[in-house]
Design a protein around this ligand. Structure first.
Ligand code: ZN
Length: 183
């Protein structure tokens, strides 16, 4: 746990803790130093009780040691998503909306709902976070989209694959369609 206190900024691949304190979102780094009573600004408070929620959050009920007012603080883990390393070697933040837009184009006029696309991208994001790595190749993301679309809609899958796998001639596209028909 100590390593989290030292680091105030989210680092991809590390679990970071933030806390919502008096309506402000701060890192644990700040909470440890300027945990002040929201009423009188006194720094010391005693913890009355601590509860844990199912998502790994911690809520503490506190009482100010100076004015006696009670207030609550919460801490919850934020899982960082790894940086995406593109084919040309440059890195970019995982962009959920951009991924959704790309998939949506492939799904135009197909019976794939916006909720299905949201769910797929949510699953991809969770998988990336669970890897606990600082960086992940864009291929990993593309492969997950391909695998997800394959199970959802074959036409959307073929459209995405044509762009993503760079299927630039009819023979390669037919090869992919043949594989789908066999599978
Ligand atoms: Zn106080």
């Amino acid at each position: 746990m100590l390593q989290f206190y030292r680091s105030a900024l989210p680092v991809p691949g590390n679990k970071q803790f933030t806390a919502i304190y008096g309506g402000y979102i701060c890192s644990i780094f700040h909470i440890r130093r300027i945990m002040r009573c929201p009423y009188c600004k006194h720094q010391a408070s005693k913890v009355l009780d601590t509860t844990h929620d199912a998502r790994g959050g911690v809520r503490r009920r506190r009482e100010c040691e100076h004015c006696g007012q009670r207030f609550s603080t919460t801490e919850r883990p934020i899982l960082a998503t790894p940086l995406i390393v593109k084919q040309d070697g440059t890195r970019e933040e995982f962009d959920r909306d951009k991924l959704i837009r790309g998939i949506r184009i492939s799904c135009a006029k197909r019976p794939v709902s916006a909720a299905d696309i949201e769910r797929l991208v949510g699953e991809i994001e969770s998988t990336l976070q669970a890897m606990g790595r600082a960086e992940v190749s864009s291929r990993v993301v593309g492969d997950m989209v391909i695998a997800g679309l394959k199970g959802m809609d074959h036409i959307a899958y073929i459209r995405y694959a044509i762009v993503y796998l760079g299927l630039d001639d009819l023979k390669a596209i037919r090869g992919e369609i043949d594989r789908l028909l066999e599978g």
